[in-house]
Design a protein around this ligand. Structure first.
Ligand code: BU6
Length: 76
């Protein structure tokens, strides 16, 4: 699917970043500890999201050498 504006409303299932990293689950603190609350309804599984007003949806990655990365989701 696609994103409107900065994708803060994106609720799709993309879970791979634009550089090919796999997204870390939002309810996991490994390999990256973070300050996001996994009880937030939209922080599902390991899907790309934009919870902080970033320019585009992103996720923490499962690579310990890459904390987070943007996801390649086309704009509507
Ligand atoms: O736990 S975190 O969310 N980790 C973090 C590090 N970088 N980011 C970016 C994610 C994409 N948007 C810009 C911030 C998030 C986090 C947030 C804040 Cl406000 C401060 C430190 C920190 F550790």
């Amino acid at each position: 699917d696609c994103i409107h504006c900065n994708g803060e409303d994106y609720r799709g299932k993309a879970s791979i970043t634009e550089n090919g990293y796999t997204c870390q689950r939002w309810d996991s603190q490994s390999p990256h500890s973070h300050g996001y609350n996994p009880d937030a309804s939209y922080l599902e599984e390991n899907y790309c999201r934009n919870p902080d007003g970033d320019p585009r949806p992103w996720c923490f990655t499962t690579s310990s050498s890459k904390r987070w990365d943007y996801c390649a989701i086309p704009r509507c």
